[in-house]
Design a protein around this ligand. Sequence first.
Ligand SMILES: [Fe+2]
Ligand SMILES: [Fe+2]
Length: 211
Amino acid sequence: MNAVTERITPSITSMIRLDHSQVMAVFHRYRPETSIGRKRALVKNVCLSLEVHAQLEEEIFYPALRNVMSGDDVLEKSQPEHDRMRQMIGELRQMCSNDSSIQEPAFDEKFLELMRLVIHHVADEETRLLPAAERLLPDQLGRLGMDMTKRRLELMKPHAAEFAETTVRSFPAGAAAGAALLTAGAVAVGAMLLSRSNRKNMGSSMSRWRH
Ligand SMILES: [Fe+2]
Ligand SMILES: [Fe+2]
């Protein structure tokens, strides 16, 4: 990872906001009258996005914030809220395995319960944690963004086919597809920058080795 790569990669706070927007776009596509196949795709897509996003925050963003703002009540309850979210994701995935469960009103209720939790959690992050990071960690946001892109590629790799398929079913056409494509594009750009950076580092260490 070099200084140029770090400067042109989005900051970690921009990437977190982009993830939140993409999840909200999926939530807004969901209706009780939506077909079973489409509901399954929307739920799977949002669950995968949320799991990856939560893990990235827990591994990279929250630890960096804890170094500069220990004892903050919003930061303290973030992890328990992620755990509650994971429990609800597990229940929804189980219900997704058969069509009759998806048709039940309980499925809509569970999904809307997840939506309420996530909206509240995102509001806390966007009004407290992200501005705090921008105030207290201005010199680290680019490097943390790069770390996040790198880790995202690792976490998404085994799920790339499922994510692509459910994204297409969730956003068959129209402007909302832009948000998902933007995320996919950001990941692709990140992969390209990382591979360039790695090649350069490999080249310089090999030249050091040769001399
Ligand atoms: Fe979070
Ligand atoms: Fe978040």
